[in-house]
Design a protein around this ligand. Structure first.
Ligand SMILES: [Fe+2]
Ligand SMILES: [Fe+2]
Length: 330
């Protein structure tokens, strides 16, 4: 008979999980506490071509976050042994759902229902976006059984890191680039929170992948499989970038940013960089490093959104004392 285990946080299961749990909680946020309506005037001032690229970039991001929330995280956490690591992945899964919803919070504020419906039709039929989702999904679906081998688990973790640390960035470029020029700044605060979350997700899932990698009987062969997958996705990413960004003349810069983040994904998996990167647009990099949100997940969270971590609960006596103070001050 199966013995069901309860998660015991009293005894650390390894030397990093508790730290990742704390950092995830510290970064918690909700889309509805931001105010993208401040961007309505900015939106109206953008050219139709830029509006189109912005909508497509965020539409593509919505698809990836939906996949990660509905399939990626649930399938992976089902096959991770550590109950504490499962808990961290569950929290991340919930944040993926908030990410996927938060793009709609921006769309709903600045554009019409008809435009939003047309955008989602585009997302559902765009071959490059659908290729991205289908390619990653097949590694998640290989975990759709009770027992899986370590190679399948490693490849699913690796695919997840490629999604988190690499595939999102052709989409993130657009809102960060606009924000760096003072446009769509309130919406960019939401995007920067998502970037900070994806950063910690990529590092954490990368560590889980590295732990599994050490147990593989044929690590070099599996590494080749993963690098081949990265190249396959990279070729698709170049075509996707051309489709979204050619009309506004940003294709070359976005491709450079894509290569920069592909290298980051490799580093999260413990591998060497493979792409030569000349210069990433400083507006986009600075957009991540400005005072609001930090790309480095060890840094403090956004300065314009703080969730209390140390809470002192109110007691009945607190109200009695307040009332007495009020009377004394009259
Ligand atoms: Fe996400
Ligand atoms: Fe994520």
């Amino acid at each position: 008979m199966t013995q069901f285990k309860a998660v015991n946080w009293n005894t650390p299961e390894n030397d990093y999980t508790a730290m990742f749990w704390e950092q995830n909680i510290r970064q918690f946020w909700v889309d509805t506490e931001y105010i993208p309506s401040k961007d309505i005037d900015s939106w109206k001032g953008l050219s139709p071509e830029i509006q189109e690229a912005y909508k497509k970039a965020l539409g593509g991001l919505t698809l990836l976050d939906t996949l990660q929330s509905h399939t990626g995280m649930p399938k992976i956490l089902d096959h991770i042994d550590s109950l504490q690591n499962k808990a961290v992945l569950s929290f991340m899964c919930m944040m993926e759902a908030i990410h996927a919803k938060s793009y709609s919070t921006i769309f709903t504020t600045v554009t019409t229902t008809q435009e939003i419906n047309e955008l989602f039709d585009w997302v559902h039929s765009n071959k490059h976006l659908q290729f991205k989702a289908a390619t990653i999904d097949q590694y998640y679906r290989s975990l759709d059984k009770k027992q899986v081998n370590t190679e399948d688990l490693y490849m699913a973790l690796g695919a997840s890191v490629l999604l988190e640390s690499f595939l999102f960035y052709s989409g993130f470029f657009m809102p960060l680039w606009l924000c760096g020029q003072g446009e769509m700044v309130a919406s960019a605060d939401i995007i920067k929170k998502i970037v900070a979350d994806e950063s910690i997700h990529g590092v954490f899932v990368g560590l889980l992948a590295q732990d599994i990698y050490k147990t593989l009987p044929n690590p070099e062969k599996v590494k080749d499989r993963l690098i081949n997958l990265l190249h396959e996705l990279y070729e698709n990413e170049l075509k996707y970038t051309e489709e979204v960004y050619t009309d506004i003349g940003l294709t070359a810069e976005v491709k450079e940013y894509v290569r920069y983040n592909a290298n980051k994904a490799l580093m999260n998996l413990g591998f060497e960089e493979i792409f030569e990167v000349k210069e990433v647009n400083p507006i986009v990099l600075n957009g991540l490093n400005l005072e609001t949100t930090q790309h480095d997940f060890f840094s403090k969270k956004s300065t314009n959104y703080e969730k209390s971590m140390e809470v002192t609960h109110l007691r009945d006596e607190d109200f009695v004392l307040d009332l007495e103070d009020d009377f004394l001050s009259i």
